[in-house]
Design a protein around this ligand. Structure first.
Ligand SMILES: Nc1ncnc2c1ncn2[C@@H]1O[C@H](COP(=O)(O)OP(=O)(O)OP(=O)(O)O)[C@@H](O)[C@H]1O
Ligand SMILES: [Mg+2]
Length: 250
């Protein structure tokens, strides 16, 4: 039995255009498990980003429940959710979201300083992470002075500095060329092999094959759920995924 790390129960999210309610997530039920690398797929506008934002506490649900381990996020106020999110979730955005007037090192340290006080230890940790994602020589650069791939590696270091229970990534390679994409995916894969739970939204078949579980979102619900064996080759995974997606008119 795998340990549940995030659970959504009858989750709902609607947006309003004028007075018309547009449901995006509609009575969705989902459990995410510790140690999994889960990928969320679905057509454009199917609500993938919305779901990820809800699961991370970045957006409030219109109804239903979200549990982060034993913590009922849906009952908490903004302030409590923010505190919880800082410790529990590391988020990687498609457009990096680094603070433009802070250096790489400072960007990585922001979430750490918000949670802990031991500045010396945190700085050492940030440096170790920069080494790991191969941006140590860029520590004093501003985001505008480096490539997109390097910015995304910085944002991954920022995402994991607080040892979050879950790393969430919304199309983290969407703005990158194939070399940079591979570097980013390799880091996520390595983190997962070290035990980090990961949830990633992607359109890309090859990226999705890094996962061991794929969920397919349609009409605001989880339409299907696919699992790969760890030992399956990338080619076998790709074949399996393509067939599975073809059945869904993806
Ligand atoms: N703040 C908002 N206000 C109104 N409608 C919104 C808002 N955010 C998202 N939507 C709508 O909700 C639906 C789902 O959006 P979402 O961004 O979650 O889709 P997605 O699956 O991530 O799409 P993509 O693959 O293009 O990134 C879309 O129809 C979108 O227009
Ligand atoms: Mg999206």
């Amino acid at each position: 039995m795998q340990e549940t790390i995030i659970q959504a129960k009858d989750l709902k999210k609607s947006y309003f255009t004028g007075k018309t309610e547009v449901p995006v997530i509609n009575t969705l039920n989902l459990s995410l498990y510790k140690g999994d690398f889960t990928v969320i797929m679905g057509s454009s506008g199917s609500g993938k980003s919305t779901l990820l934002y809800l699961l991370s506490g970045l957006e409030n649900p219109s109804g239903g429940e979200i549990w982060l381990e034993d913590k009922p996020v849906h009952t908490m106020d903004e302030k409590l959710i923010t505190l919880l999110r800082r410790e529990y979730i590391g988020f990687v955005f498609q457009d990096f979201n680094l603070v433009p007037n802070l250096t790489f090192l400072e960007n990585i340290l922001i979430p750490a300083y918000l949670v802990k006080n031991d500045r010396k230890a945190l700085k050492e940790k940030a440096i170790a992470l920069m080494k790991k994602v191969e941006i140590l020589e860029l520590a004093d650069r501003l985001p505008s002075e480096v490539s997109g791939g390097q910015q995304q590696r910085c944002s991954m270091a920022r995402a994991v500095i607080n040892n979050p229970r879950v790393v969430m990534a919304d199309e983290p390679t969407g703005n990158l060329n194939s070399n940079s994409s591979n570097a980013v995916l390799n880091i996520l894969t390595d983190l997962n092999e070290e035990g980090q739970t990961i949830v990633m939204v992607t359109h890309d078949i090859k990226s999705a094959c890094r996962a061991n579980r794929i969920i397919f979102l349609k009409d605001g619900q989880i339409e299907d759920d696919l699992r790969f064996e760890r030992k399956e080759s990338i080619d076998d995974k790709e074949d399996k995924l393509l067939k599975w997606l073809a059945e869904k008119d993806w």
